[in-house]
Every structure is written in structure tokens, then in C-alpha cells.
Design a protein around this ligand. Structure first.
Ligand code: GLY
Length: 368
């Protein structure tokens, strides 16, 4: 089977690699460089637990989280790239003395992820630089993080080593269909044929799907971020407040993120965006006020109206598949998305429950 994958972000690269290892011939199209958009702009946090009742999304995230140690080890083995998996855990500060924190995490998962409520002394013992306003913390030992730029690069290199033909700098402008079947894609005016087409073009997936007559409501949610010099380090854990997160990187940078803005594809870092992040970060960790700003950037998260990923076959166009809508969790969900999509394409159905993510939910009329 020949599969054309459109999009060289983390989802496209990881899925292309998995498809090729499953025996498919794969061509991956990326109009820029792999990881050049949202995947490269992320912070790389692997935070799988969401508050509230158990959902398919939480199951998907936990399944992906469980894959990460072996993914990191295999990518190192296969490509020589260390994706910098850090396993020191995240502190979620509590500002109100005596606050009762209801995590909603089922007990087996709470144990697996090392979830604990820390009092003020325990919190400050872990992170002395936190503001005196912080009165405790929810600690999730199992919240890890990776270097997302290295991760995309490693997946792209692994995919190439698995035989994926990577066509970087080639912009796909149309999905070719005939008789209700996807036949291939048009890239820079040249037609490429295939047995299946996977659109993994992040926030740009909707405009590509429209060329096959499909209405996919995925929009960009801009995130602005910055990095501070972090030598010597102020923090050793990831610190996640309500409005800001702080991610200490082995490279000696502290990542500060992120805004969530519905401003279309406006390619700009704004004074207000960066000022807001910095004010919140310094309020949480006052010592950061002295640190140099090393970089600022933005990315466009792919966001569906229900904030869930969109994964599976497109109804009514056989051979056409979609994997987008990962919103704030694309890095977290990449390994399991690659598995689910490869199973959809090669075997006709995924081995885990993923019907909440079917694109059918955006399509009016009977399911195709
Ligand atoms: N994944 C973090 C963010 O969306 O800001």
C-alpha cells in the first residue's frame, strides 16, 4: 500500500514512521521544514492527567504517556538524537491556605503518576524560589517533558531511515479524488498517486480538506511563548499556574508559555502577549525578573470546536484520513496518534477506543 502523508509536524512524521515500519510505502509532504510550525513551537510537556471523569481523551493521553520512555529510547537508538526526556514532575501551585484540591484522578492513575498534595513547607522544599503567596501545591511526579524540536527531528530522521520519502519544501495544494475515492495529491503542480491520503497538516488541515469537498472545522489557536536564561537554574520542576507554565530545559533555558488567542494566522509576537506571560511568571517566581529574555516565538495550535483531536477516516471519501485537532496536546498525543492512524490505514480500525475522535462528528447527515 502506498500512503501519502501531508504535513511534516510531529503527527505526520510519527505516523509516517509507524506506517513505514508497518510495511507501507510512504511519501511525506511538508511545505516548509519538518517541525517548522506548531510542533516546533510547543513546550514539550507530557501532562496526561486531566481533572474530571475518565474520558477517551484521558485514556489516549495516558496510553501515549506510557509509550514515551520506549519512544525516547528507540529514537536515540535509531537516530542518535536524545529527545531530552526529563522526569522530574510538575508542581501546580495552590494559593489559598487550606484549599481542598479535588484532582479527580482515579486512584490507580494517581498512584501510577505519583500525584500528591504538598503543604507549604513541602512545596518550598521542592521549589524555594516560588512566591511566598504560594501555600501548597499539587505535585504530579509523572508529568514529564521532552525537547519537542529534537523530537520532531528524531521522528523525521527515523521515518527517513524506515524508507519514508520525505519531500520537504513541497506544498500540497489539493487532494485528488475520483468516484468517492482519494487518488493522490497535487504538490507544486505535480500529481502524486497513492492508495491512501493522510492529512496531518495541523491548523491548515481544513483548507486542504476543503479541496476534497470536506468541511472540517479546525482553526488556529495562536500560542506565544518566550524563553529566559536559566543558568544557574531557578526551578528544577515544571511549574504550572493557571495562566502560565514554566518548563526548565536541560539546555539552560526556562520556557514560559503560553497565550491562547483566536486571531487567525497572524504571524506576530505581541507586546501584550509577552508582557502578560512575564508578569504572571514573575508573580509566581519573583527571581525570574532578573533573567535575560533569550527568545520569543509563536505557533498555531490546531483547534476543533470541541477541543478534541480529529482522527480517522473521512466519511464519504474512501482512502482519505485525517489526524489533526490536537490543540494543546500534540506532543503528548503523538506516539499514540501514530499508532491509531497507522492501524486505521493499514488494518481498518484502531486497537483502542477512539470513536470520540472520529471526524463524523462534524459531518451532517448519515455516517459514511
Ligand atoms: N501545550 C502547551 C500549550 O498549548 O500551551
Amino acid at each position: 500500500m502506498k500512503v501519502l502523508v501531508v504535513g511534516g509536524g510531529i503527527i505526520g512524521c510519527a505516523t509516517a514512521d509507524t506506517l513505514a515500519r508497518g510495511g507501507a510505502r510512504v511519501v511525506l509532504f511538508e511545505r516548509g521544514a519538518p517541525g517548522g510550525e506548531a510542533s516546533g513551537a510547543a513546550a514539550g510537556m507530557l501532562t496526561a492527567l486531566g481533572a474530571g471523569p475518565r474520558t477517551q481523551l484521558q485514556d489516549l493521553a495516558v496510553a501515549s504517556w506510557r509509550l514515551y520512555p520506549s519512544v525516547a529510547a528507540e529514537l536515540l537508538e535509531r537516530t542518535g538524537v536524545d529527545v531530552e526526556l526529563v522526569r522530574r514532575g510538575t508542581l501546580y501551585p495552590i494559593f489559598t491556605a487550606g484549599a481542598i484540591v479535588e484532582t479527580g484522578v482515579p486512584p490507580p492513575l494517581a498512584a501510577e503518576f505519583g500525584v500528591a498534595i504538598l503543604d507549604e513547607d513541602e512545596t518550598r522544599a521542592r521549589e524555594p524560589a516560588l512566591s511566598p503567596r504560594v501555600r501548597g501545591a499539587l505535585f504530579v511526579a509523572g508529568d514529564h517533558w521532552v525537547n519537542n524540536q529534537r523530537l520532531v527531528s528524531a521522528y523525521a530522521q527515523a521515518a527517513a531511515a524506515s524508507g519514508v520519502e520525505i519531500r520537504a519544501g513541497r506544498a500540497v495544494t489539493r487532494i485528488l479524488t475520483a468516484g468517492g475515492r482519494a487518488q493522490g495529491v497535487l504538490a507544486d503542480g505535480e500529481e502524486f498517486g497513492g492508495d491512501a491520503v493522510l492529512i496531518a497538516a495541523g491548523a491548515w488541515s481544513g483548507e486542504l480538506m476543503a479541496t476534497a469537498g470536506a468541511k472540517l472545522r479546525v482553526r488556529p489557536a495562536r500560542g506565544q511563548m518566550l524563553a529566559l536564561s536559566h543558568v544557574p537554574p531557578v526551578l528544577t520542576h515544571c511549574v504550572h499556574g493557571d495562566e502560565v507554565y514554566l518548563v526548565p530545559r536541560p539546555s539552560g533555558e526556562l520556557l514560559v508559555g503560553a497565550t491562547v488567542e483566536r486571531v487567525g494566522f497572524r504571524r506576530e509576537v505581541t507586546a501584550g502577549g509577552i508582557a502578560g506571560l512575564l508578569a504572571t511568571a514573575i508573580d509566581l517566581v519573583p527571581a525570574l525578573g532578573d533573567r535575560a529574555i533569550t527568545r520569543t516565538w509563536y505557533g498555531f495550535r490546531p483547534w476543533a470546536p470541541d477541543s478534541l483531536p480529529v482522527l480517522g477516516p473521512w466519511p464519504g471519501v474512501s482512502g482519505l484520513f485525517i489526524a489533526t485537532g490536537h490543540y494543546r496536546s500534540g506532543i503528548m498525543l503523538a506516539p499514540i496518534t501514530a499508532r491509531v492512524m497507522a492501524e486505521w490505514i493499514l488494518e481498518g480500525k484502531p486497537s483502542i477506543a477512539a470513536d470520540d475522535f472520529l471526524p463524523d462528528r462534524f459531518v451532517a447527515g448519515p455516517r459514511g
